[in-house]
Design a protein around this ligand. Structure first.
Ligand SMILES: *Cc1c(COP(=O)(O)O)cnc(C)c1O
Length: 389
């Protein structure tokens, strides 16, 4: 095969398909000079909430701020604990710690890469004490308040048992759906099952803005209103603060971009799914399915493939080889959160989350964006075949 350059992601290919639609809209916002919480934001909030099968949408400044606002909205802070996955982007654990609460990292299921309900059930039953109608982590004494499942790579965590456990123990559920807009679990969409859903419109997500942006969804009207007020420093009416919030607003310009892109999201996610199927067929035809662990699209779920992540032997050498062949890859994520230096105070040891550590050592993301050409996918698979030959 002749040498090609296949980037992990090329947003320019997508941009050229909607450029003529988005530029006039941006110009319109500029002409209005209405940059803060204008009509584009209101339209986006309604449209995304509907797309996510949720009742309320509140546009925010980033996916990270969506998580932080969600935790603040649930009044989570010092003395509290939030249970989550250690195999995720930093913001998941970082925002928990920023509220003053303690992140509790439980190991993942090795097939879905998401929080494992069996391990979660065991933790809640065996490592916590129930007192005065509350639940306490026995080691730290922190009050367990919420579960934060992450829908990693675009496939949802096993939400039914997670919701059952949340109900049983009286815990809130915040879905980190940053990578999972439009993903489904039994026909229900990411962000519509827990108390709050958190989305990111970082440019590399399936629905990306022209900069930072995010959104929270909520089912409960009262909680949604609280989040809406906390997005503007907690002032309601303006300059009268019953709550302490922050500046968590989404930009009007970003909302305008997202309103143009949202109608195209289904076709992009379908393109990613089609590419994933193609990879599967080509890896099988190349006889590589015993060597490489392909992503598993679980029954009853819709995977939107924000990332296409495979398990491979000799991962780091493969990455170097693929880079020489002109193929972009990335490691999501090389260090699990329970092993990050900033979380040393939590006292986790290597070996505490074995599947998460193994995933961090074995996985690599391959190009999966919707506009990839068939020949590019063939080139990637052929390069991997040559590496292991
Ligand atoms: C991207 C991402 C975030 C943070 O979103 P930003 O918009 O980059 O702040 C949080 N959690 C996960 C799992 C993500 O992938």
């Amino acid at each position: 095969m002749t040498k090609m350059t296949v980037p992990l992601l090329d947003l320019r290919r997508q941009y050229h398909t909607f450029k003529s639609d988005v530029l006039p809209v941006l110009e319109r916002v500029c002409e209005s000079q209405m940059f803060i919480l204008g009509p584009e934001v209101s339209r986006l909030e309604v449209a995304i909430a509907a797309y996510c099968h949720s009742d309320h949408g509140i546009g925010v400044s980033s996916g990270t701020d969506a998580l932080l606002l969600a935790l603040m909205g649930l009044d989570i802070g010092p003395g509290d604990a939030v249970v989550t996955s250690p195999y995720t982007f930093f913001a998941t654990g970082g925002t928990i710690a920023r509220t003053g609460a303690r992140p509790i990292y439980l190991d993942i299921d090795p097939v879905s890469f998401n929080l494992c309900p069996v391990i979660l059930a065991r933790y809640l039953a065996e490592s916590c004490d129930q007192r005065d109608g509350a639940l306490f982590d026995r080691v730290s004494g922190a009050r367990v308040r919420a579960i934060m499942p992450v829908h990693l790579y675009g496939q949802m965590a096993d939400m039914d048992p997670i919701m059952d456990l949340a109900k049983q123990y009286g815990l809130a559920v915040v879905e980190d759906a940053a990578q999972a807009i439009g993903a489904e679990y039994g026909g229900r969409r990411a962000g519509s099952i827990g108390d709050i859903g958190c989305f990111s419109f970082f440019p590399t997500k399936n629905l990306g803005a022209f900069g930072d942006a995010g959104l929270v969804t909520a089912r409960d009207a009262e909680l949604a209103e609280r989040l809406r007020v906390m997005r503007v420093h907690g002032g309601k009416p303006k300059y009268y603060h019953a709550l302490i919030g922050g500046n968590f607003r989404i930009d009007e310009l970003q909302a305008a971009v997202l309103n143009v892109k949202l109608p195209l999201l289904e076709s992009w996610s379908e393109g990613r799914r089609r590419n994933a199927v193609r990879y599967g067929e080509l890896f099988a035809a190349a006889g590589l399915t015993d060597t490489i662990g392909l992503p598993v699209a679980l029954a009853g779920r819709r995977h939107i493939y924000n990332q296409y992540v495979v398990r491979v032997p000799d991962r780091d050498r493969l990455r170097t080889f693929l880079a020489q062949e002109g193929i972009g890859t990335e490691i999501y994520y090389p260090v699990s959160l329970h092993q990050q230096a900033c979380f040393a105070y939590l006292g986790y040891q290597t070996g505490d989350c074995r599947e998460s550590e193994r995933a961090a050592a074995e996985t690599v993301a391959l190009p999966i964006f919707a506009e990839l050409e068939a020949a590019e996918i063939e080139y990637v698979v052929d390069a991997i075949r040559r590496f292991y030959a």
